[in-house]
Ligand binder design. Structure first.
Ligand SMILES: *[C@@H]1O[C@H](CO)[C@@H](O)[C@H](O)[C@H]1NC(C)=O
Ligand SMILES: *[C@@H]1O[C@H](CO)[C@@H](O)[C@H](O)[C@H]1NC(C)=O
Length: 504
């Protein structure tokens, strides 16, 4: 399974929020002022309590470190030691109206020295963009937009702005390559990259939203220009083998000249947020990024035509295989589940019910999968058989066993929640809310520790098997946020008018 690297598509948390705020700024505060049923209030209260529990664990024992290991209570600095969890928490804390947490984090942010890297000299550009950079931009837009009642201290706001721009300048060093394709490892003190020969499609194609936003905030077009230059290679990929189906790429790009370096791809790890950002860049700025939407539509159309797969006996569920050249592998990682939300959003944006319905079939597949395990949580990796052919090796192959976990762990990933969130906003069907709520209850039941929430080893064991002692920053940035927001009532019309759907 060579495709499984630790690369994750988390940008949403921030990319999301930043769009939200930006697009909403003229339409008032949509997060507040709606009518709530008591059930929704109660559920949001429980999510806030879970957030507090995890935040207290981290802030008490590991504030300023990248994460806490929630079983052993040890602190991790795997992204340079710049407090990835704290920064990734900002946008969620703001949306939950937790001003004391917001202030605590902003004070911390104002003191970070971006030239000091804990335990080395290099940082991973992709991770820092989607967690730190996007988190700060989101926070900036939120407190200067719908949440401007928060963190009013002008000095603190100014420091956030300065730190955001400083980090943007440092991250821009990654584009200093012959082609303008960024490299993934950067020495922030010296402004030099490693000498890697390739980067991933996600690493090259998940910069545009943040850098475009920074350009618009600062009035300096250079950031967006650099990100667009990098993206241009993915919009017009060469050679042909690197684009096995129209709009669908391999997963590595040569830094030297921007050529595609392989033909194996997916909607998951290594590529995911490239497809996500094509659409979101367009939502952010329809004029400048019209051609990005065309590429997203091409990828979406090819996926429906050539890639989508139904496990045996499940015609209303769509799973997304890997592709390599023109063959497919019926396996899917948990990151790919975001694709359902991307189709729903794309369907809304382009007024295309076919796209939207396809997204709902992905949402359904995730709902069924989570509901079919002993824990109520979904496995990190699944494979399936579309036809119950011999190789499947089950005596009685039918709809109940045509999907199997191939990695039974659950890493607290948010992607399926993201898809249910969009599906709920588009349809108002209560099942998506119930799925998100069941997931929350399952996380409470099997992942909770004294210091937070831990990844677990086995979704098929009623108690979740072993606790893996990991709690990545996206638990704060996305898991709590989506479960909280899906339990907010916002009228569909108001939602569409505000275009807030684009954001989260
Ligand atoms: C909607 O999207 C589908 C899938 O890409 C496409 O085949 C169809 O032509 C689109 N419909 C409209 C009205 O654009
Ligand atoms: C499956 O869904 C039903 C209905 O929402 C729920 O009662 C049940 O607890 C779920 N099972 C799991 C394992 O999540």
């Amino acid at each position: 399974m060579e495709m499984r690297t630790p690369r994750r598509r988390v940008a949403i948390a921030a990319g999301v929020t930043l769009l939200l705020l930006y697009l909403l700024s003229s339409s008032g505060n949509i997060i507040q002022g709606h009518t709530d049923s008591r059930l929704l209030v109660e559920r949001r209260h429980q999510v806030s309590k879970a957030f507090d529990h995890a935040w207290n664990g981290y802030a008490t024992h590991c504030m300023g470190h990248d994460s806490i290991q929630p079983v052993s209570k040890t602190c991790n600095d795997d992204f340079g030691g710049w407090g990835a969890t704290a920064i990734d928490t900002l946008s969620t804390a703001i949306m939950m109206d937790r001003e004391e947490v917001v202030l605590q984090i902003l004070h911390y942010v104002s003191k970070i020295d971006w030239t000091k890297v804990e335990g080395g000299t290099m940082i991973q550009v992709f991770e820092v963009i989607i967690r730190h950079f996007a988190g700060m931009i989101s926070a900036h837009d939120l407190i200067n937009g719908p949440f401007d009642h928060m963190a009013k201290d002008p000095v603190l706001r100014r420091r956030l702005y300065d730190q955001m721009v400083r980090l943007g300048d440092i991250l821009s060093c990654t584009f200093n390559t012959p082609s303008g394709i960024p490299r993934n490892w950067l020495d922030p003190a010296l402004c030099v990259t490693d000498d890697g020969t390739t980067n991933t499609v996600a690493g090259v194609g998940s910069l545009i939203v943040e850098f475009a936003r920074l350009s618009d905030i600062t009035g300096n077009p250079t950031y967006a220009e650099k990100a667009r230059k990098a993206e241009s290679y993915l919009l017009a990929p060469v050679p042909n083998e690197g684009e096995p189906y129209p709009g669908l790429l391999g997963s590595f790009v040569a830094v030297e000249n921007g050529a595609m370096a392989n033909s194996k791809g997916s909607w998951g790890s290594l590529s995911d947020s490239f497809y996500e950002y094509l659409l979101k860049a367009y939502v952010y700025d329809e004029k400048t990024y019209a051609s990005y939407l065309e590429r997203w539509k091409l990828a979406a159309d090819s996926t429906m035509r050539f890639i989508a797969s139904h496990p045996y006996g499940r015609p209303d569920e769509v799973f997304l295989p890997y592709w390599e050249d023109q063959s497919r592998l019926n396996a899917m990682d948990s990151l790919s589940w975001f694709a359902g939300g991307s189709y729903v959003l794309g369907g809304m944006v382009t007024h295309n019910q076919t796209l939207l319905d396809f997204g709902l079939m992905i949402a359904n597949a995730g709902g069924h999968l989570y509901n079919s395990t002993a824990t109520g949580l979904g496995p990190e990796f699944v494979h399936w058989t579309p036809d119950c052919s011999d190789v499947w090796g089950e005596e009685h192959c039918d709809a109940t066993n045509s999907v199997r976990p191939s990695d039974r762990s659950f890493k607290l990933r948010p992607e399926v929640l993201e898809t249910w969130y969009y599906a709920y906003r588009a349809t108002k069907h209560p099942k998506y809310r119930e799925w998100a709520w069941n997931m929350f209850l399952a996380i409470e039941r099997v992942c909770k520790t004294e210091y937070g929430y831990s990844a677990i080893s086995d979704v098929m064991a009623p108690d979740g098997g072993q606790k893996l002692d990991q709690q990545e920053s996206f638990v704060f940035a996305e898991v709590f946020k989506y479960i909280y927001l899906i339990h907010l009532e916002v009228s569909a019309r108001r939602f569409l008018r505000s275009r807030c759907f684009a954001v989260i």
